[in-house]
Design a binder for this molecule. Sequence first.
Ligand code: ATP
Length: 248
Amino acid sequence: MAGIVVKDLYKTYKGAEEPTLKGLSFSFREGSIAGLLGPNGAGKTTTISIICGLVRANDGQVLINDMPQDAAHRERIKKLIGVVPQRIALYPQLSAVENLTYFGNLYGFKGKALLQRIMELLEVFGLEKSAHKEIYKYSGGMKRRANIIAAILHNPSLLVLDEPTAGVDVQSRGMILQFLRDYNRQGNSILYTSHLLEEAQSLCEEVVIMDEGQMIVQGNPKELIQSQPTCDNLEDVFLHYTGHALRD
Ligand SMILES: Nc1ncnc2c1ncn2[C@@H]1O[C@H](COP(=O)(O)OP(=O)(O)OP(=O)(O)O)[C@@H](O)[C@H]1O
C-alpha cells in the first residue's frame, strides 16, 4: 500500500525497564493528512522517529510507499520525507537565510535557485522581513515557522511533524495549519502528532489513537465519533479509548 505502513513495531530504549512500543501496527494512505494521537508517553515521538529513520526499532517493519527502510531504499526514502522535530533544529546565532542555506546545501541545492526557494518559502510563512535576522531574535512562533521551512526545502512528498503547533500563538498556529492544508492539496502526504484534539479533528482525514505503545483505534475522525453514541467530538473518543487516568 502506498503511504505509511507500520507493522508490529517493538522498541525498548537502552536502560529502560519498560518497552516504549509493544507491537504497534497501523497504516496511513498516501495523500492523506493523518494524525498520530495519544497521551503523554504513549510513544508518538518514538514512532515518528522510527518512521523517519532517526531511531531504530528492535523489531517490526516500516514501509514508506511500499519501500522497506533498508540500505537499498535509504536514499530514496530520505528524499521523499521531510521531518519537523519538536525541538527547534536551527542555529540560533545564524540568520534564517544562513540556516536555510545550510540545510538546502545538505540536500544538494545551491546558489541562486536555492536562495529563490528560501525567499519564496519565507514569504509563504510571513518571515520575509526577518530573513536576515538571527534566529535567537525570533519569537517562538517565528522559530517554529522557520523550522518547518528547513524541512520542506527539498519539497518532500511526505511531511512528518512532531507537535508543530504546540505552544505557538493563535496567528502562527493558523498560518501553520493553512500551510499544511495547502501542502496536502498539492498532493503531498502529512503525518503529524498533536495534543490538540479539536485541531486534529478539523485537520485530519485519518487518525490513529495510540496508548502505552500500542494502537488503540484508527479511522476517520467523523466516523470514529459517530461509531460511539456517547461521543460528540474527537476528545470524547480519545477519552473513551484512553481513559481518564493521569499519566505521570
Ligand atoms: N531516548 C530515550 N531514552 C529512554 N527512554 C525514552 C527515550 N525517548 C523516549 N523514552 C521513553 O519512551 C516513552 C515514550 O516517549 P515518547 O516521547 O515516544 O512519547 P510521546 O507519546 O511522544 O509523549 P509526549 O506526548 O509526552 O511527547 C516515555 O516513557 C519516555 O520516557
